[in-house]
Design a protein around this ligand. Sequence first.
Ligand code: IPT
Length: 991
Amino acid sequence: MPSEPSSYVSDPTPGRGALRPARSWLHSDAPSLSLNGSWRFRLAPTASAPEDFTADAFDDGGWDSIPVPSHWVLQGDGEHGRPIYTNVQFPFPIDPPHVPDENPTGDYRRHFDLPAGWSEAERVVLRFDGVESLFKLWVNGDEIGSAAGSRLAHEFDVTSSVRPGDNVVAVRVHQWSAASYLEDQDQWWLPGIFRDVTLIARPAGGIEDVWVRAGFDDGRGRVEVEVTADATAFPVTLRLPELGVERVWSTAADVAAFDIDGVEPWSAEQPRLYDATVSSATETVSLRVGFRTVEIRGDRFLVNGRRVVFHGMNRHEAHPERGRVFDEEHARADLARMKRFNVNAIRTSHYPPHPRLLDLADELGFWVVLECDLETHGFDKLGWVGNPSDDPVWREAYLDRIRRTVERDKNHPSVVIWSLGNEAGTGSNLAAMSAWVHARDAERPVHYEGDHAGEYTDVYSRMYASVLETEQIGTDGSRAPLMNCTPAQGARQRTKPFLLCEYAHAMGNGPGALDRYEDLVHRYPRLHGGFVWEWRDHGILTTAPDGTPYYAYGGDFGEVVHDGNFVMDGLLLSNDVPTPGLHEYKAVVQPVRFAFDGDDVVVTNLRHSADTSDLRFRWRVEHDGTLVDSGDMKVSVVAAGDCERVPLPSVPVAPDAETWLTIDAVLAADTAWAGEGHVVATAQLDRSAPRAVPVARPVTDWTPSGGTLTLGVAEFVDGSLVRLAGRAVAGPRLELFRAPTDNDEGTSGEVEDSDASIAGVSNAELWRRDGLDRLTTRRLSVERAPDALRTVSKVSAAHSALSVTVETLWSLQDGELELRVEIQPSAGWRTVWPRIGIRFDLPDGAAPVDGAEWFGLGPHESYPDSLRAARTGRFSSTVRDLSVEYARPQETGHRSQVRELALTSAGSKVLRIVTLPDTRGRRPGFTLGRHTPQDIAQARHPFELPESTTSHLIVDAAQHGLGSRACGPDVWPEFALRPESRTIRLRITAG
Ligand code: IPT
């Protein structure tokens, strides 16, 4: 007879026995003992295994061992189950508050010696900083309690159960519980004790909790302290040594607010912290205090009286090997990287991070939106019927979560907004959370995006609003209705500061049009910027059957339900490599802007409060990408919000080369996050003298012809190119396909075409329907003239009457080989095209093409709606490094506006291509890779790409934009590529 599953697993209340009220995560000199390390571990498939293991004398000799903190599914090579990725879906039946009997349950045991001297402690407390999802605790066989709230801290009083010498602690952890309905965040489900376990001796007369609020108003600091301690703790002393402050309070009633003159404020830009201590006779708590005042005035969100613009990232805790286990070194490196990429804010999506992260945020400087551990997104499927957010049965769980969130992190100056959670619909329990926060912390505003009508939150927040919609929100007096709002509600929302808690979905190659959002922030002060979704990919490092390492996503662990690669949507790849999207972001949000005006440049400081005294300004001049002059530019210190007009250096203009002036704002000295010389902001000015485009000699006397022919470096057989500069080459062939990006595969946002057969269908699907990935060719003619060859072909796909006429015209011009390709679509094409390009295949032979040098836009890949990070210059790269290894292979590597390209083999140039602009001055871009778009489109992971013996060069007259339709708007119309006639002109010589 199977025993009944314990009912507490489906109990919607937050467990029993954890200490209340929750308190701050304090740095205290009270003795503590880390119980991190190796624990004994046994995994059962159901929640109902006997609880015999809790007994003191139980023999766990046959058990495995497991590290704490860790997730058991990431330990033991798949022996302990495997991770599951879902976005919105519940990986168990929606049957609240119940979960299936198949409920992986991990039993943990370990011994510890109670440190000598702890017998003097008044109490002994056992703290768990994070256990997913529900756990029950025993010490020396005594049942202590249970708790849920995976990313929240729980403390238990174990005083009466511990004994001198050896002790045994036993913990049972259930993967699924009623709490799982409240923890449906878009991420991996990763059970286990994944944060620290600490035994703490609480001294008699100790400081139970403290809250130091440090406000700032025009040079004056205001300190308000709340001490939680019993009467025996007094007198209590607050010290701020650097400010010469020492306050002694004899009783709790004496604790009073006071002002200090001459303090420096804390901001994300200048994170000035003052060391402080709060002590009683038996305990000293150390804090780092930052003076800052958060305030909403009208529709402005202000810190220290100045408007804040969030250039933020949604940050999950994700590591390819450790999952959500915190690693301070990695976290610090990650935050330093954010600073280097001009990120100034973090939303802790969608739960409180490891508490130490906020120390780092205080220290390095970020505005933090601290979010509670709450999401019930799966109820969306039921039209939100039964959503816990509006059911009194769950009220206490909601309140417990927000109390634990706010109490734990209340001391951090970086935390400027509390967020109730994410995607939990709306309801009275959320309103109750908000009311509790307002009562507890009068200063910081409450955020929750799901409160569309603005009934209980202080800021107006949206996710993935289009540029147009965002603009309408920013516009005063606009009549445009707001999403899910009555006119009255909309009017109320327009009285509040607005932020995009998620935007610019960074899945795969993209997002495009970041600059459009940024522009709005500077036009409409109600708009306070936003938080990109999201900072990093959540790939889990694993190996393919042949041993090749790769980053796994949903479905790679055989999950029953999953959401594929939707978990790979960061600006950082799983292995910490910044994507081109992150470089674009950095350029778009750069805090210093340059506007060229005649012989001057206007330097604008867009920061919150820091002036430019930390920066130096450098300039350089390049002729066709080669440095000819450089120097420092004198810019006097520009205050935040101000600008300064500065004369440009004199620029030597070349008669026969492009002349570009580049200005960089760089760090004048080392910081905690970047070294001296780190580039913060850049701008370029084209000072080129006009130059005539060579006109091609007209060829007229054509005669039909086949056979062999040599023109310059090109050799032809029957009208087909076979060699260039002695190397075998196939092509050029028309290439209209690109391996669809995640945005190309997306269906979200508006579609421009109201045609029912197209609406809601991804671009990629439309391309496949039109057969762009399987074009065939019919040659119409081959003709020759002296020093020239012309072919005309019709290109089309099976079962399609649509076609493209391609004329290739090879000729000798000024003694050089010129290729001119005229591409002309038939009537009737109705979709956008991914690209208009020509492809050359270059088999490896004796000297494989393995690199490129170019003059054009670089160094990173760029697309029409993602050009801000690209600069004009001379660059080189291996073929390998031209492509980005997105978790799911897709279009990558396009370099725009190329003037000159050399293909290289082992460092030597083997072929040189100069592009000529078309009649509208447009230059093509190029892509050089080891796989065709068709190959790439077949692979789900990088390791599935076949071995290649050929390099493929695609010269694109145009590429479609990137957009962000994986979860957001489609490509902005201006950057959408509609089928159209295009010309490509190339001059080709040997290397
Ligand atoms: C939004 C979620 O809040 C976030 O967690 C993530 O899933 C993101 O989408 C997409 O990657 S919710 C969605 C309905 C817009």
